[in-house]
Design a binder for this molecule. Structure first.
Ligand SMILES: Cc1cc2nc3c(=O)[nH]c(=O)nc-3n(C[C@H](O)[C@H](O)[C@H](O)COP(=O)(O)OP(=O)(O)OC[C@H]3O[C@@H](n4cnc5c(N)ncnc54)[C@H](O)[C@@H]3O)c2cc1C
Ligand SMILES: NC(=O)C1=CN([C@@H]2O[C@H](COP(=O)(O)OP(=O)(O)OC[C@H]3O[C@@H](n4cnc5c(N)ncnc54)[C@H](OP(=O)(O)O)[C@@H]3O)[C@@H](O)[C@H]2O)C=CC1
Ligand code: HEM
Ligand SMILES: [Fe+3]
Length: 470
């Protein structure tokens, strides 16, 4: 901990206006890290502690007093204490009256308590201006100085002056404060660091379910069926052949699921005759995780392309083609060139390549550095129009791949069609509905609804908002 003594030297000694005294309650991990960082930024720090003795762990340059003595030294008190130990603060109500009391606490579970920690603190110390802040910054990030994780500090509170002072401190520490409004937002702010990729969860589970389903479906058709019918060992197919069906099928299904909610939303708007009624929660959530669905789909498409590239070097493929040639020679059979087959084969591969190219383009435009460079209309054009074109190309790639043997009875195994036939159901249905929706008569109504027109204005709450523009 020798590091502390040198690091504690204020870096901004010359900025005399910053020599503001801030009190930190609690000398735990977070209190010490925050204190050190604030000292470095030129603040003077007074720690409040149950045990006010100088310890080597504390940043040098800071004072340590009892809780009530420390509180008297400053009008900003940052409580770096766990919520479970807040009760003793009621004894300090008088000292804390009119002061800014910052709550930095986090919980272990989402919605662990009926009210947020900050609101609980405000009830315990009614005279203080409670502000919620800093809970999204970790002690480690403050100490290492790297702060490469997130620099955002969400701030909320009922007193705007108090909030402003806390936001100034955050800025002085090199963080980015974000005003989230009144203390009612504290619950949301406290739940934020407890979430683990919230928007990725559903798309991730969905893709896992699709992969597992199609994997077993293919295993039944291509491993178990040949074994039961001819004692043939085809287990090697599980390494490349089957994954190279499962991955593109998952990619295609997920891609269709990116555009399906938009179509469902359009049908709902047409049915309701207004855009001013909320979509059901499941549809809202689905709409919000389309980007994640799309990016996972792109990942699976990548895998498909890699697996396809290795086809020529596979032993099984080389063996089959050599054997076919030998059989033709021994049987003295000719295999005339079929232009139709060549056309079908080349077109399905070309469609795949073009589809993949646009797919990658969609992925690139979703990078923040790129999407910030295009305007809203350009982004919508790429995401919506080129997105549909990607879906059309990928669906066509699969349809042409199926070609003539599509629904022929010879490919059924135990009445099960090929996996790609099942995979085509959602994309084809979606494209047919989308085609109907863009027919001029329907599209005109939909556009009018989206511009604010309502079929039955008096029944909707838009009348209250004064949005009846007919
Ligand atoms: C690789 C990849 C990356 C992606 N990255 C992103 C990304 O970065 N960001 C992102 O958002 N999406 C991303 N997506 C998802 C997808 O491309 C977009 O969400 C796309 O805009 C969806 O187009 P859409 O035409 O279905 O829906 P939208 O154009 O969003 O329309 C959906 C529905 O919203 C309603 N609506 C549209 N306009 C209005 C209006 N003016 N008023 C009222 N209602 C309206 C209609 O009911 C409409 O049908 C990505 C997808 C992929 C495959
Ligand atoms: N660690 C982190 O990275 C982050 C922590 N936070 C929040 O900051 C707060 C403090 O966290 P952290 O520093 O890690 O926790 P610690 O357990 O390390 O420290 C808590 C401090 O609270 C004080 N305290 C007061 N009353 C009690 C009591 N009855 N029992 C125990 N301690 C008491 C103690 O200081 P003393 O002995 O001086 O009285 C103690 O050191 C928590 O609310 C946490 O959610 C928020 C963001 C990140
Ligand atoms: C560079 C781009 C691509 C190439 C070269 C390519 C090539 C191929 C090949 C050779 C097959 C046949 C595989 C086999 O015989 O087992 C195939 C099948 C398939 N491809 Fe592609 N593809 C490409 C991109 C895509 C994309 C972007 C999608 C959609 C998201 C896609 C979806 C499919 C599907 C669903 C199948 C059928 C899988 C099956 O059941 O066998 N492909 N592709
Ligand atoms: Fe801790």
């Amino acid at each position: 901990m020798e590091k502390t003594s040198t690091d504690a030297l204020p870096l901004t000694m010359n900025s005399s206006e910053k020599q503001e005294t801030v009190c930190i309650f609690g000398t735990g991990d977070f209190g010490r890290s925050l204190g050190l960082r604030m000292l470095q930024c030129g603040y003077s720090i007074v720690f409040g502690s149950r045990n006010p003795r100088r310890s080597s762990l504390l940043p040098s340059g800071a004072e340590v007093l009892s809780y009530s003595e420390a509180a008297q030294k400053s009008d900003i008190i940052i409580a770096t204490i766990h919520r479970e130990h807040y009760d003793f603060l009621t004894e300090l109500t008088e000292v804390l009256k009119g002061k800014i009391l910052v709550d930095v606490s986090n919980n272990l579970k989402i919605n662990q308590y009926p009210e947020s920690n900050a609101e609980h603190l405000a009830q315990l110390v009614p005279g203080a201006h409670v502000v919620k802040a800093f809970n999204t910054i970790s002690a480690w990030a403050l100490q290492s100085g790297a702060l490469d994780a997130s620099r955002q500090v969400f701030v909320c509170g009922n007193d705007s002056k108090a909030k402003q002072r806390v936001m100034d401190i955050a800025r002085a520490l090199g963080l980015t404060p974000l005003d989230k409004g009144s203390l009612m937002a504290a619950n949301e702010i406290e739940n934020y660091p407890l979430q683990l990729f919230p928007m990725w969860k559903a798309p991730f589970y969905l893709s896992a379910v699709l992969c597992v389903f199609f994997f077993f479906y293919c295993v039944i058709r291509e491993v178990i069926y040949p074994y039961v019918n001819g004692k043939q060992d085809s287990t090697f197919r599980m390494a490349i052949s089957i994954p190279n069906r499962v991955f593109p099928i998952t990619a295609l299904t997920l891609l269709a699921l990116v555009y399906l909610p938009g179509v469902i939303a359009a049908i709902l708007q047409l049915y309701r005759g207004t855009k001013y009624r909320r979509f059901p929660d499941w549809l809202d959530h689905w709409m919000l995780c389309r980007k994640q669905l799309g990016l996972i789909a792109l990942g699976f498409a990548f895998l498909h392309v890699l697996y396809t590239l290795v086809i020529p070097i596979r032993y099984y493929v080389r063996w089959t083609s050599t054997n076919r040639t030998i059989n033709q020679i021994t049987a003295k059979k000719e295999n005339p060139f079929s232009t139709t087959t060549a056309w079908l084969n080349d077109s399905f591969i070309a469609l795949g390549i073009l589809g993949f190219f646009l797919f990658v383009l969609l992925g690139i435009t979703s990078l923040p550095s790129v999407s910030n460079m295009v305007n809203w209309r350009e982004f919508r054009f790429v995401q919506s129009k080129l997105g549909y074109l990607t879906l059309i190309l990928c669906t066509a790639h699969t349809l042409v791949y199926g070609g003539k043997r599509f629904l022929s009875a010879s490919v059924l195994r135990w009445y099960l069609p090929s996996a790609y036939v099942i995979a085509l159901i959602i994309p084809c249905t979606l494209l047919v509905i989308k085609f109907i929706l863009i027919l001029p008569c329907i599209d005109k109504t939909l556009t009018r609804i989206r511009q604010g027109w309502e079929r039955n204005p008096k029944f909707s709450d838009s009348a209250l908002n004064g949005k009846t523009d007919i």
